[in-house]
Design a protein around this ligand. Sequence first.
Ligand code: MN3
Length: 207
Amino acid sequence: MIYELPKLPYAYDALEPYIDAKTVEIHYTKHHQSYLHNLNNIAKDYPEVFLDKKITQVLTDIDNVPEKIRQQVINQGGGYANHNLYWLILSPNGGGKPDGKLVEAIKQRFETYENCKRELEAAAVSVFGSGYGWLVVDKNTKQLDIITTKNQDSPYSINKIPLIVIDVWEHAYYLNYQNRRPEYVAKIFNVINWDEIEANYEKALLY
Ligand code: MN3
């Protein structure tokens, strides 16, 4: 097994009432786990592609992945990597506002944190079907940006380093919010882990 399921850094019910325990449990033990399982199944036959490489590196170099498995790696590797980040940028001690260098970057790009939040929410809500809303850093310009991706496509594959991911696949919210995606997207900010996101930002600047 090349890749492993990162330990969930809190209990299933820790994000209540914003994300309910059953949703976290199924999302982590079934959805995330199955992307990992499928990825490892692909990876075992292609050690030259995967061995000693982080999945984010494989996704960054996606054009070098053999065409025969490329779409599967985008789907399963993306699913694995996107969820690895999702759990880390949430925390029962989250919420509030960003701090430090990240605030300066947000002000430069969006003028205010409120604008940034509003744009990120709108982007996540606007995804048609399954996908994600993201706050990213462009690898070359180091500029912040808000983007959406479809299915399990990864920002790493388009030269962006993700800071915040909002999973808007229905499995992320349907048990508690049913069709009310905008409500889920608004509430998730109560458990956003700004310490982790700031750390992601500082790392992204060093890429
Ligand atoms: Mn998901």
